[in-house]
Design a protein around this ligand. Structure first.
Ligand code: AMP
Ligand code: MN
Ligand code: MN
Length: 316
Protein backbone atom coordinates (compact mmCIF):
# COMPACT_ATOMS: atom_id res chain seq x y z
CA UNK A 1 0.00 0.00 0.00
CA UNK A 2 1.27 3.40 -0.96
CA UNK A 3 0.83 6.13 1.65
CA UNK A 4 0.38 9.66 0.38
CA UNK A 5 2.49 12.12 2.32
CA UNK A 6 2.81 15.89 2.49
CA UNK A 7 5.87 17.91 1.56
CA UNK A 8 6.78 18.48 5.21
CA UNK A 9 6.53 14.74 5.84
CA UNK A 10 8.69 14.16 2.76
CA UNK A 11 11.30 16.62 4.02
CA UNK A 12 11.24 15.18 7.53
CA UNK A 13 11.64 11.66 6.16
CA UNK A 14 14.71 12.69 4.15
CA UNK A 15 16.21 14.49 7.15
CA UNK A 16 15.69 11.45 9.40
CA UNK A 17 17.71 9.21 7.05
CA UNK A 18 21.48 8.78 6.96
CA UNK A 19 21.98 7.20 3.55
CA UNK A 20 19.68 7.99 0.63
CA UNK A 21 19.75 6.66 -2.91
CA UNK A 22 18.17 9.03 -5.43
CA UNK A 23 17.08 7.35 -8.65
CA UNK A 24 16.37 9.02 -12.00
CA UNK A 25 14.31 7.49 -14.78
CA UNK A 26 15.79 5.82 -17.86
CA UNK A 27 16.10 8.04 -20.98
CA UNK A 28 17.01 10.71 -18.45
CA UNK A 29 15.94 14.30 -19.06
CA UNK A 30 16.75 17.60 -17.36
CA UNK A 31 13.82 17.22 -14.96
CA UNK A 32 14.77 13.88 -13.44
CA UNK A 33 18.51 14.72 -13.39
CA UNK A 34 18.19 18.34 -12.26
CA UNK A 35 15.70 17.49 -9.52
CA UNK A 36 17.89 14.69 -8.15
CA UNK A 37 21.13 16.68 -8.38
CA UNK A 38 19.74 19.81 -6.71
CA UNK A 39 18.21 17.73 -3.93
CA UNK A 40 21.46 15.80 -3.48
CA UNK A 41 23.38 19.03 -3.00
CA UNK A 42 21.01 20.23 -0.28
CA UNK A 43 20.91 16.88 1.52
CA UNK A 44 24.70 16.71 1.50
CA UNK A 45 24.77 20.06 3.28
CA UNK A 46 22.91 18.24 6.05
CA UNK A 47 25.60 15.55 6.12
CA UNK A 48 23.56 12.88 4.34
CA UNK A 49 25.30 10.18 2.34
CA UNK A 50 23.81 10.35 -1.16
CA UNK A 51 24.10 8.07 -4.17
CA UNK A 52 22.44 8.92 -7.49
CA UNK A 53 21.62 6.04 -9.82
CA UNK A 54 20.66 6.26 -13.49
CA UNK A 55 20.31 3.01 -15.41
CA UNK A 56 21.07 4.52 -18.79
CA UNK A 57 23.61 6.51 -20.76
CA UNK A 58 23.61 10.21 -19.89
CA UNK A 59 24.07 12.48 -22.91
CA UNK A 60 26.88 15.05 -22.90
CA UNK A 61 24.22 17.77 -23.24
CA UNK A 62 23.66 17.37 -19.47
CA UNK A 63 27.29 18.11 -18.58
CA UNK A 64 26.32 21.62 -17.49
CA UNK A 65 24.24 20.29 -14.58
CA UNK A 66 26.28 20.76 -11.40
CA UNK A 67 27.16 17.37 -9.92
CA UNK A 68 26.32 15.34 -13.06
CA UNK A 69 29.49 13.24 -12.69
CA UNK A 70 28.03 11.87 -9.45
CA UNK A 71 25.42 9.88 -11.39
CA UNK A 72 26.37 6.23 -11.50
CA UNK A 73 24.92 3.25 -13.29
CA UNK A 74 23.59 0.40 -11.14
CA UNK A 75 25.32 -2.95 -11.60
CA UNK A 76 23.41 -6.20 -11.27
CA UNK A 77 25.91 -7.86 -8.93
CA UNK A 78 26.30 -4.85 -6.62
CA UNK A 79 23.59 -4.35 -4.02
CA UNK A 80 23.36 -0.91 -2.44
CA UNK A 81 21.94 -0.62 1.07
CA UNK A 82 20.23 2.59 2.12
CA UNK A 83 17.66 4.03 4.48
CA UNK A 84 15.62 5.52 1.65
CA UNK A 85 15.28 4.79 -2.04
CA UNK A 86 13.85 8.02 -3.47
CA UNK A 87 12.56 7.75 -7.04
CA UNK A 88 12.51 11.11 -8.78
CA UNK A 89 10.23 12.01 -11.73
CA UNK A 90 9.30 8.40 -12.56
CA UNK A 91 5.75 7.09 -12.52
CA UNK A 92 6.31 3.35 -12.65
CA UNK A 93 8.82 0.89 -11.22
CA UNK A 94 10.09 -0.24 -14.63
CA UNK A 95 11.13 3.35 -15.46
CA UNK A 96 14.12 3.03 -13.10
CA UNK A 97 15.56 -0.10 -14.70
CA UNK A 98 18.05 -2.09 -12.67
CA UNK A 99 18.07 0.46 -9.83
CA UNK A 100 14.85 -1.08 -8.58
CA UNK A 101 16.57 -4.44 -8.12
CA UNK A 102 19.94 -3.51 -6.68
CA UNK A 103 18.86 -0.99 -4.04
CA UNK A 104 17.92 -2.57 -0.71
CA UNK A 105 16.21 0.24 1.18
CA UNK A 106 14.16 0.35 4.37
CA UNK A 107 11.75 2.83 2.78
CA UNK A 108 10.80 3.58 -0.83
CA UNK A 109 9.69 7.12 -1.66
CA UNK A 110 8.48 8.56 -4.96
CA UNK A 111 8.41 12.26 -5.81
CA UNK A 112 6.62 12.77 -9.11
CA UNK A 113 4.21 14.81 -11.26
CA UNK A 114 2.96 12.27 -13.86
CA UNK A 115 -0.78 11.74 -14.13
CA UNK A 116 -0.02 8.09 -14.97
CA UNK A 117 1.67 7.50 -11.59
CA UNK A 118 1.21 3.88 -10.54
CA UNK A 119 1.58 4.00 -6.71
CA UNK A 120 4.48 1.56 -6.62
CA UNK A 121 6.27 2.67 -3.43
CA UNK A 122 5.76 2.90 0.35
CA UNK A 123 5.41 6.69 0.39
CA UNK A 124 4.48 9.04 -2.42
CA UNK A 125 4.39 12.77 -2.95
CA UNK A 126 2.60 13.35 -6.27
CA UNK A 127 1.53 16.72 -7.64
CA UNK A 128 0.09 16.44 -11.15
CA UNK A 129 -0.43 20.21 -11.24
CA UNK A 130 3.33 20.75 -11.05
CA UNK A 131 4.87 21.45 -14.45
CA UNK A 132 7.97 19.52 -13.44
CA UNK A 133 9.38 17.54 -10.55
CA UNK A 134 11.79 20.48 -10.32
CA UNK A 135 8.82 22.66 -9.37
CA UNK A 136 8.00 20.19 -6.57
CA UNK A 137 11.62 20.50 -5.42
CA UNK A 138 11.12 24.27 -5.10
CA UNK A 139 7.93 23.62 -3.11
CA UNK A 140 9.86 21.25 -0.86
CA UNK A 141 12.61 23.82 -0.33
CA UNK A 142 10.04 26.46 0.62
CA UNK A 143 8.19 24.13 2.98
CA UNK A 144 11.43 23.14 4.69
CA UNK A 145 12.82 26.68 4.61
CA UNK A 146 15.87 25.46 2.67
CA UNK A 147 17.79 28.07 0.66
CA UNK A 148 19.10 27.53 -2.88
CA UNK A 149 22.67 28.15 -3.90
CA UNK A 150 23.39 28.91 -7.56
CA UNK A 151 24.13 25.25 -8.35
CA UNK A 152 20.84 24.04 -6.90
CA UNK A 153 18.95 26.82 -8.62
CA UNK A 154 20.60 25.92 -11.95
CA UNK A 155 19.52 22.30 -11.53
CA UNK A 156 15.92 23.20 -10.71
CA UNK A 157 15.65 25.84 -13.42
CA UNK A 158 16.85 23.35 -16.04
CA UNK A 159 14.33 20.82 -14.69
CA UNK A 160 11.37 23.20 -14.78
CA UNK A 161 12.11 25.07 -17.99
CA UNK A 162 12.56 21.95 -20.13
CA UNK A 163 9.45 20.12 -18.87
CA UNK A 164 7.24 23.13 -19.66
CA UNK A 165 8.90 23.86 -23.02
CA UNK A 166 10.41 27.08 -21.68
CA UNK A 167 7.07 28.23 -20.24
CA UNK A 168 5.05 27.58 -23.40
CA UNK A 169 3.18 24.32 -22.67
CA UNK A 170 -0.23 24.03 -21.03
CA UNK A 171 1.38 22.74 -17.81
CA UNK A 172 2.92 26.20 -17.23
CA UNK A 173 1.10 27.90 -14.36
CA UNK A 174 1.35 31.11 -12.39
CA UNK A 175 3.25 29.13 -9.77
CA UNK A 176 5.67 27.68 -12.34
CA UNK A 177 6.60 31.24 -13.29
CA UNK A 178 6.97 32.30 -9.65
CA UNK A 179 9.29 29.37 -8.94
CA UNK A 180 11.36 30.26 -12.01
CA UNK A 181 11.54 33.87 -10.80
CA UNK A 182 12.85 32.70 -7.41
CA UNK A 183 15.54 30.70 -9.18
CA UNK A 184 16.54 33.80 -11.14
CA UNK A 185 16.86 35.62 -7.83
CA UNK A 186 19.36 32.94 -6.83
CA UNK A 187 21.46 33.92 -9.84
CA UNK A 188 20.27 31.73 -12.70
CA UNK A 189 20.67 33.27 -16.17
CA UNK A 190 17.86 31.84 -18.32
CA UNK A 191 19.60 32.63 -21.62
CA UNK A 192 22.69 30.68 -20.56
CA UNK A 193 20.63 27.60 -19.70
CA UNK A 194 18.40 27.75 -22.77
CA UNK A 195 21.43 28.26 -25.03
CA UNK A 196 22.96 25.08 -23.66
CA UNK A 197 19.75 23.07 -23.81
CA UNK A 198 18.73 24.27 -27.29
CA UNK A 199 22.18 23.64 -28.76
CA UNK A 200 22.18 20.72 -31.21
CA UNK A 201 24.95 18.71 -32.74
CA UNK A 202 25.44 18.71 -36.48
CA UNK A 203 24.50 15.04 -36.57
CA UNK A 204 21.16 15.81 -34.91
CA UNK A 205 20.26 18.35 -37.60
CA UNK A 206 21.50 16.08 -40.39
CA UNK A 207 19.32 13.28 -39.02
CA UNK A 208 16.38 15.70 -38.64
CA UNK A 209 16.58 16.45 -42.37
CA UNK A 210 16.12 12.75 -43.15
CA UNK A 211 13.43 12.22 -40.54
CA UNK A 212 11.34 15.19 -41.69
CA UNK A 213 11.18 13.53 -45.11
CA UNK A 214 9.14 10.73 -43.46
CA UNK A 215 6.40 13.12 -42.30
CA UNK A 216 3.01 11.49 -42.93
CA UNK A 217 -0.60 11.97 -41.89
CA UNK A 218 -3.53 9.81 -40.78
CA UNK A 219 -7.16 10.48 -39.93
CA UNK A 220 -7.61 13.37 -42.37
CA UNK A 221 -4.60 15.22 -41.02
CA UNK A 222 -5.57 15.01 -37.35
CA UNK A 223 -2.56 12.75 -36.72
CA UNK A 224 0.93 13.56 -38.00
CA UNK A 225 3.90 11.27 -37.55
CA UNK A 226 7.58 10.91 -38.30
CA UNK A 227 9.65 7.75 -38.32
CA UNK A 228 13.23 6.94 -37.42
CA UNK A 229 13.84 3.59 -39.09
CA UNK A 230 16.28 1.22 -37.45
CA UNK A 231 19.02 1.85 -40.02
CA UNK A 232 18.86 5.59 -39.23
CA UNK A 233 18.67 5.13 -35.46
CA UNK A 234 21.81 6.02 -33.53
CA UNK A 235 21.58 6.07 -29.74
CA UNK A 236 24.24 8.77 -29.59
CA UNK A 237 22.18 11.25 -31.61
CA UNK A 238 19.69 13.37 -29.69
CA UNK A 239 16.18 13.25 -31.19
CA UNK A 240 13.99 14.53 -28.34
CA UNK A 241 13.13 17.76 -30.14
CA UNK A 242 11.97 16.10 -33.37
CA UNK A 243 8.39 15.42 -32.30
CA UNK A 244 7.68 19.15 -32.04
CA UNK A 245 7.73 19.39 -35.87
CA UNK A 246 4.61 17.27 -36.48
CA UNK A 247 3.10 18.79 -33.31
CA UNK A 248 2.94 22.35 -34.65
CA UNK A 249 1.13 21.80 -37.95
CA UNK A 250 -2.27 23.33 -38.62
CA UNK A 251 -5.07 20.86 -37.88
CA UNK A 252 -2.86 18.28 -36.17
CA UNK A 253 -4.21 17.05 -32.84
CA UNK A 254 -1.81 14.18 -32.16
CA UNK A 255 1.86 14.13 -33.17
CA UNK A 256 3.86 10.95 -32.98
CA UNK A 257 7.48 9.96 -33.40
CA UNK A 258 8.15 6.26 -34.03
CA UNK A 259 11.74 5.31 -33.33
CA UNK A 260 12.95 1.82 -34.20
CA UNK A 261 15.49 1.48 -31.39
CA UNK A 262 15.84 -2.19 -32.35
CA UNK A 263 14.43 -4.08 -35.36
CA UNK A 264 11.60 -5.38 -33.16
CA UNK A 265 11.37 -2.62 -30.55
CA UNK A 266 9.72 0.72 -31.29
CA UNK A 267 9.88 3.67 -28.93
CA UNK A 268 6.89 5.99 -29.34
CA UNK A 269 6.65 9.65 -28.33
CA UNK A 270 3.19 11.22 -28.30
CA UNK A 271 2.33 14.92 -28.18
CA UNK A 272 -1.10 16.50 -28.40
CA UNK A 273 -2.86 19.83 -28.47
CA UNK A 274 -6.18 18.67 -26.98
CA UNK A 275 -6.28 14.89 -26.49
CA UNK A 276 -5.19 12.98 -23.39
CA UNK A 277 -2.29 11.01 -24.87
CA UNK A 278 -1.27 9.57 -21.48
CA UNK A 279 -4.30 7.25 -21.77
CA UNK A 280 -3.01 5.92 -25.10
CA UNK A 281 0.51 5.46 -23.74
CA UNK A 282 -0.83 3.59 -20.69
CA UNK A 283 -2.58 1.12 -23.03
CA UNK A 284 0.86 0.17 -24.31
CA UNK A 285 2.43 -0.04 -20.85
CA UNK A 286 3.87 3.48 -20.97
CA UNK A 287 2.72 6.72 -19.39
CA UNK A 288 3.27 10.44 -19.13
CA UNK A 289 1.15 13.57 -19.08
CA UNK A 290 -2.05 14.73 -20.80
CA UNK A 291 -0.20 16.42 -23.65
CA UNK A 292 3.12 14.52 -23.68
CA UNK A 293 3.47 10.80 -23.18
CA UNK A 294 5.50 7.84 -24.33
CA UNK A 295 5.64 4.08 -24.53
CA UNK A 296 7.63 1.24 -26.01
CA UNK A 297 5.97 -1.27 -28.34
CA UNK A 298 7.67 -4.61 -28.78
CA UNK A 299 7.09 -4.85 -32.51
CA UNK A 300 8.79 -3.73 -35.72
CA UNK A 301 8.10 -0.10 -36.52
CA UNK A 302 5.48 -0.65 -39.25
CA UNK A 303 3.53 -3.05 -37.04
CA UNK A 304 3.83 -0.63 -34.09
CA UNK A 305 2.32 2.10 -36.25
CA UNK A 306 -0.70 -0.03 -37.11
CA UNK A 307 -1.22 -0.88 -33.42
CA UNK A 308 -0.99 2.79 -32.49
CA UNK A 309 -3.37 3.95 -35.23
CA UNK A 310 -5.90 1.30 -34.16
CA UNK A 311 -5.69 2.54 -30.57
CA UNK A 312 -6.09 6.14 -31.74
CA UNK A 313 -9.20 5.29 -33.72
CA UNK A 314 -11.19 4.81 -30.51
CA UNK A 315 -10.15 8.20 -29.19
CA UNK A 316 -10.39 10.39 -32.30
P1 AMP B 1 9.07 11.41 -24.33
O1 AMP B 1 8.20 11.24 -25.52
O2 AMP B 1 10.06 10.30 -24.15
O3 AMP B 1 9.69 12.77 -24.27
O4 AMP B 1 8.13 11.29 -23.06
C1 AMP B 1 7.07 12.18 -22.83
C2 AMP B 1 6.57 12.04 -21.42
O5 AMP B 1 6.05 10.72 -21.21
C3 AMP B 1 7.64 12.23 -20.37
O6 AMP B 1 7.06 12.94 -19.30
C4 AMP B 1 8.00 10.85 -19.94
O7 AMP B 1 8.38 10.84 -18.58
C5 AMP B 1 6.73 10.07 -20.16
N1 AMP B 1 7.05 8.73 -20.61
C6 AMP B 1 7.69 8.40 -21.73
N2 AMP B 1 7.83 7.07 -21.87
C7 AMP B 1 7.24 6.53 -20.79
C8 AMP B 1 7.07 5.18 -20.33
N3 AMP B 1 7.52 4.12 -21.02
N4 AMP B 1 6.44 5.01 -19.14
C9 AMP B 1 5.99 6.06 -18.44
N5 AMP B 1 6.12 7.34 -18.82
C10 AMP B 1 6.74 7.59 -19.98
MN1 MN C 1 11.26 13.22 -16.93
MN1 MN D 1 9.11 15.60 -15.36
Amino acid sequence: MTKKITLSETGAMLLAAKKIVLVCHVSPDSDTLGSALGLMRKLEQFGKEIVILVDDDIGTEFNFLPGITRCIRPQSNKSIYADILAIIDASTFDRIGLAGEVVKAKITLNIDHHISNAQFVDYRYLDIEAAATGEIMCDLFETMNWKYDLEMATCFYAAISTDCGFFRYSNTTHKTMLRAAELLSAGVRPNEISDIIEMKSRSTIELLAKVLATLSFEYSGRVAYITIANDLYDKNIQTDSFVSYPRYINGVEVAIMFKAVEPEVTRVSLRSSNIDVSKIAIKFGGGGHLRAAGCTINAPVEEAKQQMFTALKEIL
